[in-house]
Ligand binder design. Sequence first.
Ligand SMILES: [Ca+2]
Length: 207
Amino acid sequence: MHLCDQFTTTCTNTNGSFKCDCLPGYEPSVYLNDTCLDLNECLDANACDALGPNSTCFNTIGSFMCGCRAGYVLNTAGVCEEVMECASFGMVNSVLENLLKKVLETGHVEAHEYQATLDSLLATGVPQFNIVPVNSSVTQLFGGINDTFFNIMRSFLPCDFASKCVVGSPSYSCQCMEGYQGDGFSCLDVNECTSYLDICDPYAAHC
Ligand SMILES: [Ca+2]
C-alpha cells in the first residue's frame, strides 16, 4: 500500500484513490510520482530582498533563511548594513598601497605623489578615525619622510597600517599582520634577526 510521506506531503482522498500534495517548502519530484523534494528558495534572486541588497540566502530542507553577506550586519531597521569601520579601512589601505610600494622601493616620493594620494584619500569620503598611535608601523614606514602627509594619513586609519581589520558585531577589531607585534592599533615590525630564535645557520649564513 502506498502512503504519502508525512514530512513532505499532505494526503488528499480522491474518488477511489488518493493523491499526495507537496507541503509548503517542497516541490513535486520530476522523476518520482507522489514524491516531493525540497524547494530551493534561494534560486529566486529576490528571496531575501527584505533584508536589502547585501543580504544572502541559505537554503534549508523545507525552508530557507536570510542573513547578511560578510562585512555586513543587520541594523535596527532589519536591513543589512555595511560595517563601516572595516570597509573604510579597506578603501584607505588600497589608496595607500601604491605609495607604500614606492616608499619601500626607493625611500623617496615626489611631492606631487603625496598630493595625489591625499586627493584620493579625501575622495574615498571615509570619515577620519584618528586613533592610530604615533608609535606604530605607520611611523616606521612613513614617519619623517613627509610629516604633514604622515599626520593626515594617520587620521584616516582605524587600525594600524600593518594590521587586518576584522568585522565583528557590534564593532570591529584590529589584528596585527604576520611579522608585526602589537595590539592591532599599534603594530611594530618584529626584527627576527635580534630575537632569541636562531633562524639562520650561524656558520653558512648571516641574517
Ligand atoms: Ca528549501
